[in-house]
Design a protein around this ligand. Structure first.
Ligand code: S3P
Length: 432
């Protein structure tokens, strides 16, 4: 599917983004193996979360829609799932594959996890290796580094593990496996990554100790817990950037989750000089997570140097930050972000190539990129690279580019944000 975008005179309105994708996955997976029944509200309607739900249903978990859209009842099966009779399809979702692998490593049956072409090319050695150290029987293509993954679950040893990458997916995978291990699981992280698993497991009765970058999880049975999923800051980021770089804009995004392990994009945009043009209103705590309405209006931005600890807490927002950087004064440098190369696409190569097509001036680096603030973009044909965040980042670029921008692969947005194009149409009004 193609979408054609022209820059509107004015960008204005208020919207609520879909439920947080990371929290949604965890609310289903953890409640699926809990004792009891939970109600989950505000869940993401994106294809990724549907992949997780389908895999869990294939193992006997009932996840039943309730009247309120986005609300489900999850009947926990306790520690034991049923052997699936067919391949488990994680679709495009790295979170589904990596978290479910951790869960399946202790289940006494055979399961095979696969996904689409993008997911089958993403690194799985990062979970296979430590799971094997725990004694799991798990195999994959290409020397156990690529999916499909075949898992014959069984009893697990506890490990102390030095994580080579700051990855919440790897951390959560090992925490899920650790629930059923014979002793505590100790994880040394190179930097903090999103902590939704820690928060939700703690609420479900798991003892987790955090000592700086070291996390210790004690084996436990989970007790079902209701979850109110906040709006996804990663989806809100597109409108934050659009509001800041469009010359005549005021966009309000309501109910955005602002968990500090996710909110790096706000800090980065503030470092770029967003100031009062990026405001938090109505700050509150909902379901144990900080939430606020975010208001973004036109601003002058400046280039920044971004690296180190902030990178894992805004990893998914870097492509759209690169769009903002095209409109900043001076250069923006993104370092320490080699993980971008192994996301749904190689996001360094894809961001550089597509923004270059729009007249941006960017240089790829092994672990990031340099973006020269050129101050304007010109409409052209761009590709999604089969990557939802690329498709949506290019839409934001199209909202400020002169002329017409055609986005090929626009349907990919539905992986995390099925109503993205409707929301965009609402913000541009009749002008597009
Ligand atoms: C996610 C963690 C991140 C992120 C992904 C979702 C999660 O991946 O990029 O979109 O839900 O745990 P890594 O933890 O592998 O960096």
């Amino acid at each position: 599917m193609e979408q054609i975008i022209r820059s509107p005179e004015r960008l204005a309105g208020s919207l609520a983004v879909p439920g947080d994708k990371s929290v949604s996955h965890r609310s289903l997976i953890l409640n699926a193996v809990a004792n009891g029944t939970a109600t989950v509200t505000g869940i993401s309607d994106g294809a990724d979360v549907q992949s997780t739900a389908a895999c869990l249903r294939a193992m006997g978990v009932s996840i039943d829609p309730l009247e309120e859209p986005g609300s489900f009842r999850v009947d926990g099966l306790g520690a034991n799932l049923n052997e699936p009779s067919d391949l488990l399809d994680a679709g495009n979702s790295g979170t589904s594959m990596r978290l479910l692998s951790g869960l399946l490593a202790s289940q006494d049956f055979l399961s095979v996890l696969s996904g689409d072409g993008s997911l089958r090319s993403r690194p799985m050695g990062r979970i296979v290796q430590p799971l094997q150290q725990m004694g799991a029987s798990i195999m994959g293509r290409n020397g156990n580094t690529l999916a499909p993954l075949a898992i014959r679950g069984g009893s697990l040893r506890s490990i102390e593990y030095e994580m080579p990458v700051a990855s919440a997916q790897v951390k959560s995978c090992l925490m899920l496996a650790g629930l059923a291990a014979q002793g505590p699981t100790v994880l040394h992280q190179p930097a903090l990554s999103r902590d939704h698993t820690e928060r939700m497991m703690s609420a479900m009765g798991v003892r987790i100790e955090n000592d700086g970058l070291t996390l210790t999880l004690h084996p436990a049975e989970l007790q079902a817990v209701d979850v109110a999923v906040p709006g996804d800051i990663s989806s809100a980021a597109f409108w934050m950037v659009a509001g800041l770089i469009h010359p005549n804009a005021r966009v309000t995004i309501t109910g955005v989750g602002l968990n500090p392990s996710r909110a790096g994009i706000i800090d980065a945009l503030q470092m770029m000089g967003a100031g009062h043009s990026l405001r938090l209103e109505n700050e509150r705590v909902e379901g144990g997570e900080p939430v606020a309405d975010v208001v973004a209006s036109s601003a002058s931005l400046k280039g920044i140097d971004l690296g180190g600890e902030i990178i894992p807490i805004m990893i998914d927002e870097l492509p759209v930050l690169a769009v903002a950087a095209c409109f900043a004064e001076g250069d923006t440098v993104i370092r320490d972000a080699a993980e971008l190369r192994v996301k749904e696409s190689d996001r360094i190569a894809a961001t550089v190539s597509e923004l270059t097509r729009l007249g941006g001036s960017l240089e790829p680096r092994e672990d990031g990129m340099v973006i020269h603030g050129v101050g304007r973009l010109t409409g052209a044909e761009v590709e999604s690279h089969d990557d939802h965040r690329l498709a949506m980042s290019m839409a934001v670029a199209g909202l400020v580019a002169s002329g017409e921008t055609t986005i090929h692969g626009a349907e990919d947005a539905s992986v995390s944000y099925p109503v993205f194009w409707d929301h965009l149409a609402g913000l541009v009004g009749d002008g597009n």
